[in-house]
Design a protein around this ligand. Structure first.
Ligand code: ZN
Length: 101
């Protein structure tokens, strides 16, 4: 057995999806770095997501969240009012996203 090749043959390795616990081939998994920096690989062990979970993870984007909180009056109106406004804004954003692209 050639150990240099074995080291690079990632396809045989299996990893565990951190979201659903499914074991998948590493070549089928997506690296997930909780520090958001996939390029600095020193001293790191990556976590992995299987493809379905990775898609789901990407689906929950934070785009516009801060704007929305602000627009809903976070910290300036009562909680009831804020939650109502926020829900309306979130609904709007949801509709824009589904109709948009
Ligand atoms: Zn998974």
């Amino acid at each position: 057995m050639d150990f240099r090749n074995a080291w690079h043959r990632d396809a045989d390795e299996e990893v565990c999806c951190i979201a659903c616990g499914e074991t998948v081939a590493r070549s089928d998994a997506r690296e997930y770095d909780k520090y958001g920096n996939r390029w600095n690989r020193d001293d790191k062990s990556f976590e992995y997501l299987c493809k379905p979970c990775y898609r789901e993870y990407c689906h929950f984007d934070r785009g516009g969240l801060e704007d929305r909180l602000e627009a809903a009056g976070a910290g300036t109106v009562s909680q009831g009012v804020f939650l109502r406004r926020y829900r309306d804004l979130a609904d709007e954003a949801e509709q824009t996203r589904t109709n948009g692209r």
